[in-house]
Design a protein. Structure first.
Length: 331
């Protein structure tokens, strides 16, 4: 199991310290600090997997609660996106669940995702019945991750993503260099070179194989000190759109909008039920979403006409979180 859901071991790649993930014309390379290509994979879209590959569970797999802003409407690109939160208590029961809490950057095409992630459970990066942090990057069916670093309950962690610069390739294409890291934990640092600017920001809780409320922390996790800074050093005007699976007891509340010291609460269920629909509503409200067992193969483009969910499970509100890129929650 990976942040992209269930994928082949051959699709999950460890990025050593000092190495970077770089896009070429038709491939994605892991390049070591001395310039040696460690691994190459073809650049491709994500393919559909059979629903039988997903384990049985009481709560729906995928994004249980999230909030997004974007695409960035300003001419100045997002240069830095950071969020801090306190590591929650360990769930009362450990029975194979996999939990992720993270902030993330996504391009307008919605086909990749970069994120510093707090996890509980076992993923391709390792782990166990404890909390740990790592950086992840997903493009198509390929998943890339840094070293996993254990953290303690009650510890404050800060996920930071930075646009480090850009360069023009030999073919004339502009590539953007991004870094993801947990502040003060250098082993979680991962640098990627993307052919696209990352224009969407996300705050999210994602779950897999979660059988009930006791598989989760209790109460809420407060995502605070949410700061978005553009290349001009300014905080853009940010209005978060929250979405959550309230039918199963999850909630999300935008406490403070804005690109400077924003705050969002992820609320865990006290008891669970299965079913319900998904909607997108104005910020500072609690909203609903559900997911499907089978991963989808495409990402729905933002809708300018309606936030009403359709019968298709691949689209929730204005933005679909399930698609070709995989990612933590991108299945």
């Amino acid at each position: 199991m990976t942040p992209a859901g269930l994928v082949s071991k051959s699709r999950a790649h460890f990025v050593p310290a000092g190495a970077r993930v770089e896009h070429a014309e038709d491939a994605i390379h892991i390049i070591s600090s001395n310039g040696t290509i460690i691994h190459s994979a073809p650049s491709s879209k994500r393919s559909r997997r059979d629903s039988a590959e997903i384990f049985s569970r009481a709560y729906t797999d995928g994004y249980a609660a999230y909030s997004y802003w974007g695409p960035n409407p300003n001419t100045s690109a997002i240069a830095n996106f950071s969020t801090s939160w306190v590591v929650p208590e360990v769930p009362a029961r450990a029975d194979g669940q996999l939990l992720y809490v993270f902030n993330a950057l996504v391009p307008t095409s919605l086909d990749t995702i970069l994120q510093p992630v707090l996890q509980f459970g076992v993923s391709s990066a390792g782990g166990g019945n404890y909390w740990a942090v790592a950086s992840w990057y997903v493009n198509g069916p390929e998943v890339y991750y840094s070293s996993l670093y254990p953290v303690s309950v009650g510890q404050t962690v800060s996920g930071v993503m930075t646009l480090q610069g850009n360069k023009t390739s030999s073919t004339g294409k502009v590539q953007y260099s991004y870094n993801s890291v947990f502040s003060g934990i250098s082993s979680t640092s991962m640098t990627i070179n993307s052919n696209e600017l990352l224009t969407y920001t996300y705050e999210a809780l994602e779950i897999y194989t979660t059988s009930g409320a006791t598989d989760l922390p209790t109460g809420k996790t407060t995502l605070k000190s949410i700061n978005i800074v553009d290349q001009n050093g300014q905080h853009p005007t940010v209005n978060w759109t929250p979405v959550s699976n309230t039918a199963e007891g999850f909630g999300i509340t935008v406490v403070t909008n804005g690109g400077n010291n924003g705050e969002i609460d992820l609320v865990y269920p006290s008891s669970g039920s299965v079913g319900g629909g998904a909607t997108s509503v104005p910020a500072s409200s609690t909203t609903v979403r559900t997911t499907t067992v089978a991963p989808s193969t495409t990402v729905s483009a933002p809708s300018s006409t309606s936030n009403t969910p359709t019968s298709s499970p691949t689209s929730v509100g204005a933005v679909s979180l399930y698609g070709q890129c995989g990612g933590i929650g991108w299945r």
